[in-house]
Design a protein around this ligand. Structure first.
Ligand SMILES: C[S@@+](CC[C@H](N)C(=O)[O-])C[C@H]1O[C@@H](n2cnc3c(N)ncnc32)[C@H](O)[C@@H]1O
Length: 277
């Protein structure tokens, strides 16, 4: 339910993530053996929209266990840095990097809050700052996030965000066709569901979570205010998971509404550049 922000939101969320890291690392969802063997963790639209990363430095904010971060290294990024506030997530990412034979100068992982990223990461700026689906909802203040992320983009570089579309949180879980929640809600969604998206039936004890909805307009405006130039805002008619009972899985792995249903955006992506001078 939507409730005022509890004082302990940060500890609550971190405890939830810390507990889920070993479950994720052992899950079929993340399938670390296949990843180690060479499977790409990135989505095709991210690869197409980010473009060639060869020789470029890349910072991944809220990197979780590092699969996406390390995939960018495999695609040729010269130096990747992943940041996450969960120590177990960062330890798992470091161990995966070692398995892949990537030394610290190719792939480094830092445990820190995203709002402290500028002080925590090894370099003052990166060619690409990246953040992937399921990240912004954990942050209470999107303007502060945008300022932090933008400050880490090197001149001539860009920020790329791929996220679940906040409209999806306004619609009913079964059909995805009725508006049941306020799109502009300020209070966070406070939940106590056990398990995790990667292992629905996992036995867990740290089950509270505190998550915020950030309307797309506020995210884009915050990035522009932080001094970045918006190159595109793309909305995607697919999701990475069965967000609503009505969605169908397609051969490309994405979930969409049946062909006779009107479509809505379920993910979006933004590219925002810092001018070269
Ligand atoms: C859903 S995961 C990101 C998923 C990632 N795109 C993937 O596919 O693995 C969200 C991550 O955000 C991290 N996180 C949440 N709040 C954070 C904060 N305030 N600072 C840094 N990391 C945070 C969590 O520890 C978690 O690893």
């Amino acid at each position: 339910m939507y409730s005022p922000t509890p004082d302990d939101w940060h500890e609550v969320n971190r405890a939830r993530w810390d507990e889920r890291v070993p479950i994720h690392a052992a899950s079929d969802f993340y399938d670390l053996d296949t990843f180690r063997a060479g499977k790409d963790a990135l989505r095709d639209f991210e690869l197409a929209e980010v473009g060639d990363v060869t020789g470029r430095s890349l910072l991944h904010l809220q990197c979780h266990i590092g699969l996406d971060t390390l995939s960018w290294a495999r695609h040729g990024a010269s130096h990747v840095v992943g940041l996450d506030f969960s120590e177990p997530a960062v330890e798992t990412a470091r161990s995966l990097a070692a398995d892949l034979g990537l030394a610290q100068d190719r792939a480094a992982f830092v445990a820190a809050d995203v709002y402290d990223a500028a002080e925590a990461v090894p370099d003052s700026a990166y060619d690409i700052v990246y953040t992937g689906c399921g990240a912004l909802n954990w942050l209470p203040d999107i303007e502060r996030w945008a300022e932090t992320a933008a400050s880490l983009v090197a001149p001539g570089g860009f920020l790329y965000v791929a996220e679940f579309h906040p409209l999806t949180d306004s619609l009913d879980d079964e059909t995805g066709s009725r508006i049941v929640n306020d799109y502009f809600v300020r209070d966070p969604w406070v939940d106590t569901s056990p398990g995790t998206y990667a292992e629905l039936d996992a036995a867990t004890v740290h089950n509270r979570s505190v998550e915020w909805v950030h309307p797309v307009g506020e995210v884009v405006t915050a990035l522009a205010r932080a001094g970045l130039r918006i190159e595109f805002l793309h909305e995607h008619d697919a999701s990475l998971y069965p967000r609503y009972g009505a969605l169908q899985r397609h051969e490309d792995g994405y979930y969409r509404f049946p062909a006779d249903r009107p479509r809505i955006p379920m993910m979006y992506s933004v590219k925002a550049t810092r001018p070269a001078t």
